[in-house]
Ligand binder design. Structure first.
Ligand SMILES: C[S@@+](CC[C@H](N)C(=O)[O-])C[C@H]1O[C@@H](n2cnc3c(N)ncnc32)[C@H](O)[C@@H]1O
Length: 228
């Protein structure tokens, strides 16, 4: 599936089918046991990803690619970053704007649109938490290469690792609303992605940072480019 087709499915899903589920999962509202483990895992992953970036981001321009309801963008702005928070689902951007604390509003530019839009400009760093998990390997190579020229420092992102446990969970678990047009998460082997990036002539190196497993949430933090 091409980048555009997957992205349009993702937009349809998060802007319509799963908006309410996602709004609740990313809020403080009580959720069922399985979703609580996902929420805990995602909180942990956000911390792991932030741990890859300098504590003081004052004056740095940071992209939150696929920001969803905006939790990561808020944390980045709290560290002093000038954040561009972009998401293909306008409904999630509306929620993110409403949730953004008043004192950070001038530091986060929320925008509905494509994370690859060249008009977003250049960045010191970028993060993409669970927003690239639906793209296949050739598309990820294309996406990471396209980012090389516009991100000066680190690109910290997550992918679903290709583990037997996760593959089994896919077969049995229906955690979120599904339809024929729902985007499908594509588990990846980091080593295969790194090899394809080298073959494609990417300058940056791909590094595996940490895997987070919490109930139904299994995700791997990776870093592309920048100094460790
Ligand atoms: C699983 S959610 C994660 C949201 C947020 N990063 C978080 O961790 O809470 C994936 C998000 O990525 C967004 N997304 C996926 N592909 C995108 C693209 N090409 N451009 C912009 N946003 C995208 C989706 O709309 C969705 O909000």
């Amino acid at each position: 599936m091409t980048y555009d087709v997957t992205r349009d499915r993702v937009e349809d899903y998060f802007d319509r089918t799963a908006t309410k589920t996602w709004e609740r999962l990313t809020s403080d509202a009580p959720v069922s046991g399985i979703r609580a483990t996902v929420r805990a895992g995602r909180d942990r992953m956000r911390a792991v990803m932030l741990g890859q970036l300098p504590k003081d981001l004052s004056g740095q321009r940071v992209l939150d690619a696929g920001c969803g309801t905006g939790a990561m963008a808020v944390e980045l702005a709290e560290r002093g970053a000038e954040v561009v928070a972009v998401d293909i689902a306008p409904e999630l951007i509306k929620i993110a704007e409403t949730r953004c604390p008043r004192h950070l509003r001038s530091r986060i530019a929320f925008q509905a649109g494509d994370m690859l839009d060249s008009e977003l400009g250049r960045f010191d760093h970028a993060v993409a938490m669970d927003s690239m998990i639906y793209y296949d390997r050739p598309t990820l190579v294309q996406l990471l290469k396209a980012n090389e020229s516009r991100i000066g420092g680190k690109f910290v992102f997550t992918l679903a690792p290709r583990t037997p446990l996760l593959m089994a969970m896919f077969r049995v678990g229906k955690l979120f609303p599904q339809s024929d047009r729902s985007p499908v998460m594509i588990p990846q082997r980091a080593l295969d992605l790194a090899s394809d990036l080298r073959i494609a002539g990417a300058n940056g190196r791909l590094a595996q940072v940490e895997r987070v497993t919490s109930g139904f949430y299994i995700s791997e933090c990776l870093r592309f480019g920048g100094q460790p």
